[in-house]
Structure formats: structure tokens, C-alpha cells
Design a protein around this ligand. Structure first.
Ligand SMILES: [Zn+2]
Ligand SMILES: [Zn+2]
Length: 354
């Protein structure tokens, strides 16, 4: 397809530009997707604010290849397919996994594509320009999933963030006797509460510093919620667990203070799962992990073979999506949308519509 489109291009920290760019031309194995919606990830806001995880400390450790169109939580309708593409045709409604794996490295060959050493995440690399645009060129190595006919725009945009949450829940290995804490009740944290509930543990406790989110935690299946800014969280968790501490702590806030809090709230032999992404390096007392509690620390990166399960879970009504999209904006109003995602007390997932 020839012509121009509107896109939000990231040039540098605090320098995003909504501008006209060429519609990408596809090769034989590529697909052109008409974007119908794209969620704003905490990572996109961190990218805008110059987060070190994305911009590095200089050229040598910079992840983002600017200028590049942002956004990795998108879905849409296929506009064009390259000649060598099989299984997909114009008009198909799909969502796309955020990662473009290399399909060649050891992890890819073992099927662990989310750990790929040569991967790109949409919206950060120039060969994987993102969904804050009218069209996205899908790299030949992209992983596509067909959307059920009746999926709403909100449900379609939520698949990616929920898939990341599901991976964290899978890695937490929740047992029926476990008291599980979910720290951070944004859209993903709430979905984690929901999916942890499906594993039928003894108790789920949600933590967040915003009252609106704390209340939402109960709606999504938490037995109890605590706002650590307003209550003594250590006191409350001790009371819930007979002084022992929680069995599982899933960190989904990306706040440094939540790390120390988690290490201190866990019981001996507890399991800590890191899913939130931090804007910068975090300090914590590692003695709590070793010489003390023998904790298991488990990292969680992106989503791992969870997209289809999330689609099925939403379709069957097991995974709740109502209320997780708090705001919708036209792409041209991106600035207000980013501001809302970052600051609005009542913001959960904010979506942009090109
Ligand atoms: Zn994301
Ligand atoms: Zn690979």
C-alpha cells in the first residue's frame, strides 16, 4: 500500500512527535496490519520520560533505536499479506505478540522464544516499529493470534498485558495452601489477582498505594487489600498469616520500595516473582534472601506461550476484562493519554485509537 499515515514517533526522551510518515512497504514474508487499537504500557511512559532501562546511560547500553514508532500492545485487521505468507489473509482480525524472536538462537530452537537473544520488542527497534500508528509492518518472525469474532476493542488490546501477567502467575507456582500477595494493582496486577484466584490458593492480598486501585483489587478477586501508605502493611500481613508472612509475593508495580517490602513480607522459603519493570536500578538487602529466609527469586519476562490461553480465558469468561481499560484517546491526543496513564488516580490501562 502506498501513501502516508499518522504515527507517534519517539525521537528522544520528552520528544515524541505525532507526524506523517510513509506507510511501511511489506516484503514477501511480511504482513501489513491496519491498527485498530494499541494500549499504553508503563514501558511506553518510561520511554517517554527517558527511563534508563530503555535509553541506557549512553549509546553503548541503549535499548531503543530512535527515532522509532512506539507501542507493542496492538491489534488490528490485516490489510495486505506478502506473497510467501500462508495461513493469513486480508481482513483477518489478529493480535500480535510483543516480541519478534530471531527463530535461530538456542532459546528459539528450544521453543523458549520469549528468552530469544536476538529479539526485538515492537516499538523499540526500527525493524519492529510499533502500533502507535495507522499501520504496522509485521516482521516475518512475528507471532499472530486470531481474535474471536465477538472480541471488543478493549478485550483485544488487553490480551498482551494479561498474557504477561499470566506468565508471572505460571511462574509463581501457586499452591492451595498459599497466601499470595500481589503488589501493584494496575491492569496487569488486577489480571494477576484474577488469574491467581483461578488457582484456588488459601488467600490473595492486593497491595497498592492508590485507593481506586485498592478497591478494584476486591472486584478482581482479592480476599483483602491494603494501601501501604495508609496502613501498616507488615502488621496487616502478620495478622493474616498468624505472624508467618506470605508464601508468594508477585511484584507487579515496578516500584523499588515494593522489592524490600516483598522480601520482608515473605515467610521463610517464600517465593518472590518479579514482573514489574523498574525505571532504574533498585537496591535491596540480599541477606534477607540468603542468610535468613532461603527465598526463591523468580524473574518473569514478557509472555510465554500464554496469548492463546488468555484469549480462551477471556472467551470463557474466566478472565475478567471489564473495567481494565479506563481511558480511550485518539492517537493524536497521545500527550493527554500518556499524562492520564501516568498521573490519573483512576487510570488503569489507557488505549490509543489511530
Ligand atoms: Zn506492555
Ligand atoms: Zn532467538
Amino acid at each position: 500500500m502506498k501513501g502516508e499515515m499518522n504515527a507517534l514517533v519517539q525521537y528522544a526522551p520528552f520528544d515524541n512527535r505525532y507526524e506523517r510518515v510513509e506507510i511501511p512497504q511489506i516484503g514477501e514474508e511480511e504482513i501489513l496490519l491496519k491498527v485498530k487499537g494499541c494500549g499504553i504500557c508503563a514501558g511506553d511512559v518510561k520511554a517517554y520520560h527517558g527511563g534508563q532501562r530503555i535509553w541506557g546511560t549512553g549509546e553503548q547500553d541503549r535499548y531503543i533505536e530512535a527515532p522509532v514508532i512506539g507501542g507493542h500492545e496492538f491489534y488490528g485487521e490485516i490489510a495486505e499479506v506478502g506473497r510467501a505468507v500462508t495461513g493469513w489473509k486480508a481482513g483477518d482480525r489478529v493480535c500480535v505478540e510483543q516480541i519478534v524472536p530471531c527463530r535461530k538462537c538456542g532459546f528459539c530452537r528450544e521453543g523458549k522464544y520469549w528468552m530469544c537473544e536476538g529479539s526485538a520488542v515492537y516499538g523499540f527497534k526500527q525493524h519492529a516499529a510499533g502500533g502507535f500508528a495507522e499501520y504496522v509492518k509485521l516482521h516475518a518472525n512475528s507471532i499472530l493470534h486470531r481474535l474471536p469474532e465477538d472480541f471488543t476493542p478493549e478485550q483485544s488490546v488487553l490480551i498482551e498485558p494479561i498474557a504477561c501477567g499470566m506468565h508471572a502467575v505460571d511462574l509463581a507456582n501457586i499452591q492451595h495452601e498459599d497466601v499470595v500477595i500481589v503488589a501493584g494493582l494496575g491492569a496487569i496486577g488486577l489480571a494477576i489477582v484474577n488469574m491467581a484466584r483461578l488457582r484456588l490458593p488459601k488467600m490473595i492480598i492486593g497491595l497498592d498505594v492508590r485507593d481506586f486501585r485498592v478497591k478494584k483489587g476486591l472486584e478482581f478477586g482479592a480476599d483483602a487489600v491494603v494501601n501501604p501508605m495508609e496502613e501498616d502493611v507488615y502488621e496487616r500481613i502478620r495478622a493474616f498469616t498468624g505472624g508467618k508472612g506470605c508464601d508468594v509475593y508477585i511484584e507487579a508495580s515496578g516500584s523499588g520500595a515494593s522489592v524490600t517490602q516483598g522480601l520482608n513480607l515473605l515467610r521463610n522459603h517464600g517465593r518472590y516473582v518479579q514482573m514489574g519493570v523498574f525505571a532504574k536500578q533498585v537496591n535491596a538487602d540480599w541477606n534477607v534472601i540468603g542468610d535468613g529466609k532461603e527465598l526463591t527469586i523468580q524473574g518473569s519476562h514478557l509472555s510465554a506461550l500464554t496469548f492463546q490461553a488468555v484469549i480462551d480465558g477471556i472467551r470463557m469468561g474466566l478472565i475478567k476484562t471489564d473495567g481494565l481499560i479506563s481511558h480511550r484517546f485518539a492517537l493524536e491526543d497521545w500527550e493527554q493519554a500518556f499524562e492520564t496513564a501516568q498521573k490519573d488516580e483512576r487510570a488503569l490501562k489507557v488505549m490509543l485509537i489511530p
